[in-house]
Design a protein around this ligand. Structure first.
Ligand code: NAP
Length: 282
C-alpha cells in the first residue's frame, strides 16, 4: 500500500508575496529611501504594482531592482514632483503601463533649514514650498482626475506633527505640512461623490536621512524603523473608506479594520496583462 503523503510545510522567505493589495496600482513618491522605499517594498510584497519616483536615480533604481529581485512588480522614473510637467509624466507612466491607478502615496518631501522665521532664506522658503506643497498638489491633481473617472481611489499624504502644531525653527517645512492637511481636506470634500478618499498620515519620529538631518545628535537606534510607517500606510490603504476621507491619522489613531464601505482601491481580480514577463529598465 502506498503511503499517503502529507503536504510538507515550507518555510516562507521574508520576501513572500501575500496579496492584501492584489494588482492594485500604486504610485509612491520619494521611494528612493526612508519611508517611501519601505512602503514601496511592502506594497509590492502585498501584490501591488508599484510606480516609484525620486530625483536621485541611483537610489531609485536600487529600490526598484530590490522589489523586482523579491518577485514584485515595479517601475521607476526619475521625477521632481515640484515640476507639474514631471508629476504629470509620472502619473501618465502609471496609466500607460497599468491602465488604472488605485492609490497615490504622497511621501516625497524635503526638510529645509532649521532656522527661525526671521532668518529663513527666501530661496529655501520657495524650494520647500515648491516641493512639499506644490509638488503634492501637482501629484494630487493628476491622480485625482484619473480616480474621479474610475469612481474609486485613495490618496494618502505624509504630514507631520509640526504641521499640526507649529514649532520654532521648523519654518517652511511646518507650513508646507499644514498646507498638505488642508489640501487633503479640500480634495476629500470635493471628491466624496466620486468615491475618492483623501487622508493624511503623520508617521512620527522615524529612522531616516531626513530625521538624521533634523536631529543630528539624537540616538538613531531609539527611533522607529521606516517599516513601522509602511505597515501603518498599508493599513490605511486597506481601510480606505468614505468614513475616514478627509481625516488626519498618526500611529495612535489608526482607523479600525473592516470598513463598511471601502473605496475599492484594489483592482478587480482579473488576470494581469502579463507584466511580470516584460523586461523593462528600472
Ligand atoms: N522621518 C521622520 O521622522 C518623519 C516624521 C514626520 C513626517 N515625515 C514625512 O515622511 C515623508 C518621508 O520622509 P523620510 O524621513 O523618509 O525622508 P527621506 O529619507 O529624506 O526620503 C525622502 C524621499 O523623498 C524624495 N524626494 C525629495 N524631494 C523630492 C522631489 N522633489 N521629487 C521626488 N522625490 C523627492 C527623496 O529622494 P531625492 O532626494 O533623491 O529626490 C527621498 O527618496 C516626508 O514627507 C516627511 O516629511 C517623516
Amino acid at each position: 500500500m502506498a503511503r499517503s503523503r502529507r503536504p510538507r510545510t515550507v518555510a516562507q522567505p521574508s520576501s513572500v508575496i501575500r496579496h492584501r493589495l492584489p494588482n492594485t496600482v500604486v504610485i509612491v513618491t520619494g521611494a528612493g529611501r526612508g519611508i517611501g522605499r519601505a512602503t514601496a517594498e511592502l506594497f509590492a510584497r502585498e501584490g501591488a504594482r508599484v510606480v516609484l519616483c525620486a530625483r536621485t536615480g541611483r537610489e531609485l533604481h536600487a529600490a526598484c531592482l530590490a522589489i523586482r529581485a523579491a518577485g514584485g512588480e515595479a517601475v521607476a522614473r526619475v521625477t521632481d514632483i515640484g515640476s507639474a510637467r514631471q508629476a504629470r509624466a509620472l502619473v501618465n507612466l502609471a496609466l500607460r503601463r497599468y491602465g488604472r491607478l488605485g492609490l497615490l502615496v504622497n511621501n516625497a518631501g524635503i526638510l529645509g533649514p532649521r532656522v527661525p522665521l526671521v532668518r529663513y532664506p527666501h530661496r529655501d522658503w520657495a524650494t520647500v514650498l515648491r516641493i512639499n506643497l506644490s509638488g503634492t498638489f501637482y501629484m494630487m491633481q493628476e491622480a485625482a482626475q484619473i480616480m474621479a473617472r474610475q469612481r474609486n481611489g485613495c490618496i494618502i499624504t505624509l504630514s507631520s506633527s509640526v504641521g499640526r502644531t507649529g514649532r520654532a525653527q521648523w519654518g517652511a517645512y511646518a507650513v508646507s505640512k499644514f498646507g498638505v492637511d488642508g489640501l487633503s481636506q479640500v480634495l476629500a470634500d470635493e471628491l466624496r461623490p466620486a468615491h475618492v478618499c483623501a487622508i493624511t498620515f503623520n508617521p512620527g519620529g522615524t529612522r531616516t536621512a531626513m530625521r538624521a538631518k533634523a536631529y543630528p545628535r539624537e540616538d538613531r537606534l531609539a527611533l522607529r524603523d521606516p517599516s513601522v510607517a509602511a505597515r501603518a500606510l498599508l493599513h490605511l490603504a486597506i481601510c480606505s473608506s468614505p468614513a475616514i476621507s478627509g481625516r488626519a491619522f498618526d500611529l495612535n489613531n489608526l482607523p479600525p479594520r473592516l470598513p463598511a464601505h471601502h473605496y475599492g482601491i484594489r483592482a478587480p481580480n482579473r488576470a494581469p496583462v502579463s507584466l511580470t514577463k516584460r523586461k523593462t529598465k528600472c
